[in-house]
Design a protein around this ligand. Structure first.
Ligand code: ADP
Length: 592
């Protein structure tokens, strides 16, 4: 038997002697056997490699010849229902993918043609497009097998990837980012708004770009009643649902599930068996679908937010989600605005009360001053024995009256100064620190000794001289007040020490004592008006708690600072006054 190498009929006995080779002619076949064997092995290996790689991939991979016909396709051709692997060989690639396409204006046909031309020049090509026939988003890559340029015509590998899922994820991400941006914008607008009305406007004017609606309504629950107050209502004809109007909550209630404090979506209003008054009204207004979201802030129901649309089933899940997010923002911001309004109202009332109290204190002080002056004057007249001689008992009684009158006048004067204190009216003059302090402290050594109980008094002046620009009278009151307190709160034999130093352009004067001390948490409070560490009626020490408040007002008006230090109760106190030293450049102005 003979075979034709590449011949047609194995049975042909009349074979051409030059072309045919006898199978028995082992000598003449020998030169072919080895390379053929080699070739078969190569082909087998290539087949296995193809199966191991191409068939295991989800992409459609085709080996295409220079005419665009499929030489080989991987198994994806079957997964995509385009035909069997064995049956697609020889088919035009475009016809394989688009079996019923006329190809007239087909994007794929045009692309494959153009890609083949490029492949013939050794170039790759790529296209990403939605395929309306396969209804998939495709990424098609065409690559010539020979990477060498200008080797034509070329066999190509065409890889068709289904990127529909990627595209869907990409699109969802894009939409989500856009939504986040819009929600963020709504949040900023809401935060910038002040009143609940402004907040509702800010939210609705922006949500319309994200959710389609024909009618919107924000109503707030009125405290301690079933009524609602309309903040904003859009495209509703009924007068009692106009902004600024109140309406009974009853008109909202359809069923248990459809009440204003519940979240619900009505896909088709017309299909409701028992519509509420509100739902009937919306139907009349041409609303077909409806979303109602309760406004809840810190667990408390504060109102209701509703969106309506003129076509049924208008709100997708995403729309409802967005509306809920906006409702959450609305609720928080509205609550905040309500609280701020309440706080402002309370603050206004408090300011009013404080003003009335200040006025009252000022009036009372004024009224006290006149009779006090008269009493004081008559005490002096009696004391001088102008109205007749006095017994020693009467003299002692008068002395006590005089002392107490002095104290009362001191307190009333301080009260008046504090109430009428005006920073703009300081009468500043240039003072020499040493001379001024000496003059202030002069009488205090004697006063300390005469005090009951008596106290030791020490003063340490600065070695260097310094100037300060101050209202002499007012600054004098600060010193008097600190010294008066130091004596008042000192035990018998306790030492009161005044110390002054100049440091870094600052004059620091301190008044220390060994008295009752001040608890750490009260060190700042004692500078408040009418504050006393011991404010009880049974307190040991007199006073009305205004001296230090006045001291702080005066010192701060001079651009200085006043503060107290103490190791605690029973361990004495030190009061510091720091004032800017005058470098002499300004001189006394006399008007502060
Ligand atoms: P008051 O007229 O009550 O003395 P102040 O404003 O001068 O008013 O002082 C306020 C409060 O500060 C005092 O009631 C006292 O509790 C406390 N305080 C002031 N100075 C001293 C001090 N040197 N030692 C202890 N406590 C003091």
């Amino acid at each position: 038997m003979t075979y034709k190498l590449g011949g047609s009929s194995p049975e042909s006995d009349n074979a051409d002697s030059t072309a045919a080779v006898s199978v028995h002619d082992s000598q003449s076949l020998y030169w072919l056997e080895e390379p053929l064997q080699h070739l078969f092995e190569k082909v087998e290996r290539a087949k296995q490699e193809w199966e191991a790689t191409a068939d295991s991939l989800p992409e459609l991979i085709c080996l295409v010849n220079e005419q665009g016909r499929v030489l080989r396709a991987n198994r994806t051709v079957e997964t995509w229902n385009l035909g069997r692997v064995t049956a697609v060989q020889g088919l035009d690639l475009h016809e394989l993918i688009h079996p019923e396409c006329t190809g007239l204006f087909c994007y794929l046909k045009r692309f494959l043609q153009q890609a083949r031309e490029k492949a013939n020049k050794g170039q790759r090509d790529k296209l990403e497009a939605y395929d309306p026939i396969l209804q998939r988003h495709l990424l098609i890559r065409v690559q010539p097998i020979s990477a060498q340029k200008k080797v034509a015509p070329s066999t190509t590998v065409v890889v068709v990837q289904d990127v529909t899922k990627h595209k869907q994820i990409e699109e969802a991400l894009r939409r989500y980012t856009k939504r986040l941006e819009s929600i963020n914008e709504i949040q900023n607008a809401i935060l910038a708004a002040r009143s609940p009305e402004e907040i509702a406007h800010a939210a609705l004017s922006r949500i319309m770009h994200l959710v389609p609606f024909y009618q919107a309504r924000v109503a707030l629950a009125k405290p301690e009643s079933d009524d609602f107050y309309v903040l904003i209502a859009d495209a509703i004809g009924e007068t009692y649902l106009r902004p600024g109007k109140s309406f009974p909550g009853q008109i909202f209630k359809g069923s248990e599930e459809r009440s204003p404090d519940k979240f619900f979506v009505i896909r088709d209003l017309a299909s409701l068996a028992a519509p509420s008054v509100m739902e009937k009204l919306l139907l009349k207004e041409g609303i077909c679908s409806y979303v109602s979201i309760p406004l809840v802030a810190e667990g408390e129901f504060i109102g209701s937010f509703g969106l309506g649309c003129s076509n049924p089933d208008a709100f997708s899940d995403e729309h409802v989600e967005i509306a809920s997010e906006v409702a959450d923002l609305l609720a928080i911001a509205t609550r905040q605005a309500q609280l701020t309004a309440k706080l402002n109202q309370a603050n206004g009332k408090l300011q009013e009360a404080l003003r009335a109290k200040d006025e009252m204190v000022q009036n009372v002080s004024h009224e006290l001053r006149t009779p006090l002056g008269i009493i004081y004057g008559y005490t002096q007249v009696i004391e001088s024995a102008e109205l007749g001689p006095l017994t020693s008992g009467q003299q002692r009684a008068l002395w006590v009256m005089h002392q107490q009158g002095d104290r009362l006048r001191f307190m009333v004067d301080r009260l008046l100064v504090l109430q009428t204190f005006d920073t703009g009216k300081l009468q500043r003059v240039q003072l020499d620190l040493n001379a001024w302090l000496r003059q202030i402290l002069g009488p205090w050594e004697t006063r300390a000794l005469q005090a009951v109980p008596s106290v030791l008094f020490k003063a340490e002046m600065p070695c260097e001289s310094a100037l300060l620009l101050a209202d002499e009278g007012l600054l004098g009151q600060v010193m008097v007040n600190l010294l008066d307190n130091a004596l008042k709160f000192s035990p018998a034999g306790g030492a009161v020490c005044v110390h002054a130093r100049v440091q870094d352009g600052q004059i620091v004067i301190s008044v220390s004592d060994e008295g009752i001390g001040i608890p750490p948490d009260k060190l700042e409070q004692i500078f408040g008006r009418f504050f006393q560490v011991d404010g009880s009626v049974r307190r040991r020490f007199g006073g009305i708690g205004i001296g230090l408040a006045l001291c702080r007002a005066i010192v701060e008006a001079h651009g200085g600072r006043i503060w107290a230090e103490s190791q605690g109760e029973g361990r004495g106190s030190i009061f510091y006054v720091a004032l800017p030293a005058d470098d002499g450049s300004e001189g006394g102005t006399g008007d502060g």
